[in-house]
Design a protein around this ligand. Structure first.
Ligand code: FES
Length: 105
């Protein structure tokens, strides 16, 4: 696994507001929830809805197209929305001084 600079800083994030990120052709959605940063695949596993345009409901990220639901922790699909399968989830680390975010994959 390698460490990749997301090009996003903690100061770019607002609680509960997903944003898009991209590294080496890999599209990610990055969000701050409950003081913790999550990074998941950006494109929904159903019909490629852009999850950076989605919203948070409890501990889940909801797809803007057909409401597929994914757990923030681990990216697993919610069994109540069986038309989606799980997303890849990535470990995120913030540089303690700069706040710059890094992911591992
Ligand atoms: S594209 Fe996400 S639920 Fe259909």
């Amino acid at each position: 696994m390698e460490k990749h600079d997301l090009g996003i800083s903690m100061k770019d994030l607002s609680e509960g507001q997903p944003i898009a990120g991209s590294i080496d052709g890999r599209e990610l959605v990055v969000l701050l929830h409950g003081g913790r940063v999550y990074a998941l695949d950006r494109l929904c596993t159903h019909e490629s809805g852009d999850l950076s345009q989605g919203y948070i409901d409890g501990e889940e990220l909801i797809c803007p197209l057909h409401s597929g639901a994914f757990y923030l922790e681990g990216g697993m699909a919610n069994e109540d929305t069986p038309w989606v399968t799980s997303l890849n989830s990535f470990t995120v680390e913030a540089d303690p001084e700069s706040g710059n975010l890094f992911v591992y994959f």
